[in-house]
Design a protein around this ligand. Structure first.
Ligand code: GLU
Length: 309
């Protein structure tokens, strides 16, 4: 199908019809109690083209917990600083392990494999925190600037729930501290990290916020350049190779777009110079990625014949 003849709204409607059999096969994130109560049958999807068109279906305007997708935006924010060297403290390789695994971090002397696993994101947040007295507010402000929606706020119940059950994240931060790869006092750092994960957003907001990755670093929503074209290319490469935890290979095979998922059930993906697309459905597969959301994106690139490959 030629790209300019794609009927995005029609494609979204077809996906909504065809996605039905996949509900009930996954499970909401159980390790953050506040996420386990979200109705599993929710489904929303939003496409935003670089020309400014928006297409929505289902629960695309409902708020959900951004969770690990926040890791993408803190990385963008940190790379937006001048004179920053993050790559001596975080790697750029797929981890091949679970998002919250401790084992690899011990072998690799406290240097996380990439910025999209929990350990790597905690380092990125540490870099932000060491440059800002109010990192939590700055992270929220940055996301609201990209989404254009001032109501993207921290869900205090989710933040508390993570705080109360964040044993593995505390272990990761402490292990990295023992290797001198964390500077911020750990309780403060975890508080900032949990609060960034507890931001609420919708598919419509998320598709807008990710647009710079489809527009060479320019945010059409904020109307400014937020990343260099070089860093935009680099982040898209990292998303393709590291954005879906240890399911990243099969996601690239089935969907063919740089993307980032979160255990709230959201996934955001981009096709550079064309569009961003966000999907949300809370039931997760065994890797921690939205099961229905992954299927919906597979249907999307198959039906439109649009991917990076
Ligand atoms: N807040 C979650 C955690 O740190 C994020 C994980 C995710 O979305 O994958 O465990």
């Amino acid at each position: 199908m030629a790209e300019n003849s794609v009927d995005f709204q029609g494609v979204l409607a077809e996906i909504q019809d065809e996605i039905d059999p996949f509900f009930g096969q996954g499970k909401n994130a159980g390790y953050i109690p506040a996420l386990s109560d979200v109705p599993g049958d929710k489904f929303g999807m939003a496409v935003h083209t670089v020309e400014g068109e928006e297409f929505l279906i289902g629960d695309a305007q409902d708020d959900f917990s951004i969770q690990s997708i926040s890791k993408l935006f803190t990385l963008m924010q940190v790379l937006g600083f001048d004179d920053i060297d993050i790559w001596s403290r975080v790697g750029r390789e797929p981890s091949g392990t679970a998002f919250n695994s401790l084992v690899q971090l011990e072998y690799e002397k406290g240097i996380p494999r990439n910025p999209f696993i929990n350990a790597g994101a905690i380092v990125v947040t540490d870099i932000l925190a060491s440059r800002s007295a109010d990192a939590s507010r700055r992270i929220g402000d940055y996301y609201r600037m990209l989404s254009g929606n001032l109501s993207n706020r921290v869900d205090e119940e989710v933040a508390l729930s993570e705080q109360d059950h964040g044993y593995r994240n505390a272990a990761l931060a402490n292990l990295m501290r023992s290797f001198d790869n964390i500077q911020t006092p750990i309780p403060d750092l975890l508080d900032i990290y949990f609060r960034q994960c507890a931001l609420t957003t919708s598919c419509a907001d998320l598709a807008k916020a990710a647009l710079p990755l489809a527009c060479g670093g320019y945010s059409p929503i904020a109307q400014k350049q937020v990343l260099s074209t070089r860093d935009t290319k680099r982040i898209n490469a990292l998303l393709l190779t590291c954005g879906l935890y240890d399911a990243v290979g099969s996601f690239a095979y089935k969907v063919g777009l740089p993307a980032k998922s979160g255990v709230g059930g959201g996934i955001v993906a981009v096709l550079p110079n064309k569009f961003s697309v966000a999907v949300w459905s809370p039931e997760l597969d065994s890797y921690g990625n939205s099961l229905v959301g992954s299927k919906a994106l597979e249907l999307f690139t198959t039906k439109t014949d649009l991917s990076i490959f």
